[in-house]
Design a protein around this ligand. Sequence first.
Ligand code: AMP
Length: 381
Amino acid sequence: MSAILPGATVGVLGSGQLGRMFAIAARRMGYRVHTFSPDSDTPTGQVADKEYGHAYEDLDAVREFARGVSVVTFEFENVPAGAVEAAAALAPVRPSGAVLYTTQHRLREKTFLSARGFPVAPFRHVTAPEGLRAALEEVGLPAVLKTAGFGYDGKGQTRIDSAADASTAFGALGGREGVVEAFVDFEREVSVVAARGREGEFAHYGVVENTHSRHILDLSVAPARVEDTTARAAVQIARAVLEELDVVGVMCVEFFLTREGRLLVNELAPRPHNSGHFTFDACVTSQFEQQLRAVCGLPLGSTELLRPAAMANLLGDLWRVGEPDWGAALRFPEVKLHLYGKTEARPARKMGHLTALAPTPEEAARVALAARDALTRRAGG
Ligand code: AMP
């Protein structure tokens, strides 16, 4: 299998910020990038060579897109299977549709993980309120009910504290199937972003520590402040997951670290991940360049962390009282500003992020948060 070399065109299904940063990395290495999604003037489209704005169900348009590229990858895993199949008939799709199929559906993903012996919180499939009550007896309380299918950033999640909440919680699914799982009283959340090449080569970015706010990632700090044995175990699990799924590309494995020091896999993402954004500024090879290398069959690059780093997300809420004061954040010389080119700043929408580099992870976190605070601190306010 020959490599897909610079000068070739790479196709990206999806058009958000992950595709944008992938496109920046790809264009820097002399590739052309085409992006496909139902939207126009997208974060990815703004930096791609060509933007296709069609529904994923428009298979003729998907075929035209696939004919124009040497390889297709994703930045968004909830692409319908039909679109992936149509593309795969005309160009290699990496990671494969099978990886997508497993990871775009919470129930299939959890079933895959537990069947292969990976540690996960106890869970049950639920399709009716009575079933939910029975499942709660098995997984215990408190519990979290989530939609079995599509859902991200905590959308479609309800915490259940008592059996009496079962009917209301089930109603919140709006007729969709659900997965109920034990609520994990975690000590912290961590993730491993890793890459696997066509010949099974493996690279990883170590363990990153993540803090969420309203179920949305707020802050990532690298390296995570965890025991070496925990870090090694997390990487070993991530490697085994990528191998079992035969991933070619980048994947993120998110974990809960329990108070007893156990790692439980929470979620898989078959693409670069928000918790790996720091790699853009802080590693020899970013997760986006690594995805490009993996899907093009090139050697993987060094994942070395040049300095401890922290990444703080910038959500649309920051715009509530007007345009953030970018100059105030940029006064921190070791902070890098990333904005995704989104014109509408809705609450909870990921608009950009800040990365801070520092001598220690603690200092990086402090600086990233201080720079973010400075964005909305008005003179005299
Ligand atoms: P998810 O979309 O499933 O990754 O959930 C988003 C966030 O909600 C997680 O990163 C956790 O902070 C929280 N969360 C989800 N499931 C659980 C759980 N079973 N126990 C505790 N917290 C959870």
